[in-house]
Design a protein around this ligand. Sequence first.
Ligand code: AMP
Length: 294
Amino acid sequence: MSVEVHHGVAGFRRACDNARAGGRRLGLVPTMGALHAGHVALVRRATELSDTVAVSVFVNPTQFGPNEDFHKYPRTLERDVEACQKAGARLVFAPDVDAMYPPGERTRVRVSALTDALCGASRPGHFEGVTTIVLKLFAVAGPCVAVFGRKDYQQLKVVERMTRDLLLPVEVVGVPTVREPDGLALSSRNAYLSPEERRRAVAIPTALGDAVRAFAAGERSAKVIGSAVRARLQAAGLRLDYVTLADADSLAPLADADRVEQRALLAVAVFAGTTRLIDNVVLGEDPAPAAEPV
Ligand code: AMP
């Protein structure tokens, strides 16, 4: 079946209303496009959970900082539509900025506490942009289920919190991170990496894998686990934005003196050259993302 591409809010809203008629379920996968196998996994999961899947492709300006890559972010709509069709989506929503932010707009959605640390600390305003656009997409599509990647673990937790707090009738579902064979998490931003930076970037899944193995072997010191990850990333020539162990639900950072009990989020953000890459594992829950190097 072919994909219907909508650029306007009214037409997309009508298509979503039709998709929901007769009690049928609509699934939504919000993306910024430049789709890869990670996005495809989200679409496939959405097809299992709903009757019709809509994918939004929108590079959302309000979640980018003034010195970030909004203008150079890859835009590949034609290929994205093809990928959506292959993955089983029926609707694609690709609005322009004015459609999502009407002239004179003044409204932002902010989730507190969960956005204080990690990417919230290094990208001021980022999550306000994310929650604002996700709420707008929910308002237009009215999805029964919305699917997000655990690669952006903090985003998933923030969206879950917003959905509960605002009593939105949407089930939010998280999908495990899809990785390259060497463990690097797929990301639209990987396209920016030079071959040398790409080689260095494999230290990210390797460091996270080492932490998972250390945890499995009984290491519980936040300081020891965090220091080993930092050392490995720096040895590979990556510049640290943050390496943080945090409560996997509240996202409150652990102190060096803390012990990781049942589970904890280990999240990293690094720069390979000028490209910022993020990744995470939940210790005590996720498998090691990369095999031990031989
Ligand atoms: P983005 O287009 O980067 O805004 O991502 C759109 C959605 O795809 C978000 O829910 C991301 O968490 C998810 N996503 C991005 N990369 C991956 C990946 N490697 N594996 C799973 N989900 C991903």
